[in-house]
Design a protein around this ligand. Sequence first.
Ligand SMILES: NC(=O)c1ccc[n+]([C@@H]2O[C@H](COP(=O)([O-])OP(=O)(O)OC[C@H]3O[C@@H](n4cnc5c(N)ncnc54)[C@H](OP(=O)(O)O)[C@@H]3O)[C@@H](O)[C@H]2O)c1
Length: 254
Amino acid sequence: MKNPKSILITGASSGLGAALARDYATHGITLFLSGRNPDRLTAIGKDCQSRGATVHTGLVDVKDKTAMSDWIIKCDGITALDLVVANAGIGIGFTTEMDLEAHTQQVFDINVTGVFNTIHPAIRLMQPRAHGQIAIISSLAGYHGLPGSPAYSTSKACVKAYGEALRGLYASHGVEINVVCPGYVKSPMTAVNDYPMPFLMATDKAIKALRRGLEKNQARVTFPWQLSLIYGALVRLLPEWLFDRMFRLMPAKK
Ligand SMILES: NC(=O)c1ccc[n+]([C@@H]2O[C@H](COP(=O)([O-])OP(=O)(O)OC[C@H]3O[C@@H](n4cnc5c(N)ncnc54)[C@H](OP(=O)(O)O)[C@@H]3O)[C@@H](O)[C@H]2O)c1
């Protein structure tokens, strides 16, 4: 969608969400920003206000279905939402010393259920007026299950597939749905990684690519292009036995 005026972003208290909020913040724009950390969220909100935007912040945990629904309905009542970005997520790796079940539950509660809790109320509001756009932040890590981050990569594969399916379903109802698959982007999430991150992208460049893709209503918005190309080719062309060998050697995500 070109020129959305009323934008809701989850996970706006840090990293990509905060950078996207700042980038959209200007006169005539209303931003609804959520996160859990009050100090960081307030600081980002003030910064966006100083750029001319009208800002409403909400301390809402994406895991809380009722709180999310209430908050999204409240925001939409203030200014009908044009764009909702389901961005909040955690990216923690796994080693076999950890509790696989607890780890996977923790990641899925935020990265999958949290996305559902964001997009379902938004679709309910947008469908009757046949207007709106929903961006789901997945990852290139969602192209194939990764041994170093089994829950994370699978959670991102899940929301990617869900977004692709919903896009086809709601296109005729005037709701645009986009799946965003970043590679490595500079943010607090990647700052803890102590292994090489190929084609690590500056945050502002990533935000430009993201906005460009959403403006064009691209089904899948991927960046950086080099890593997208490599991941896409690997997944399509590599036999599974070779994939197994290569990705077993990858360091575990922090
Ligand atoms: N950076 C990358 O290279 C990269 C690559 C691919 C995909 N992604 C995806 O991009 C998104 C943003 O990542 P980032 O790099 O910006 O990470 P980040 O700096 O760690 O930010 C994560 C954001 O999610 C919020 N969040 C986490 N759990 C939440 C919860 N339960 N309820 C509400 N908000 C919650 C955090 O809010 P609080 O801190 O206030 O809790 C924070 O604002 C994630 O979905 C991530 O998987 C990032």
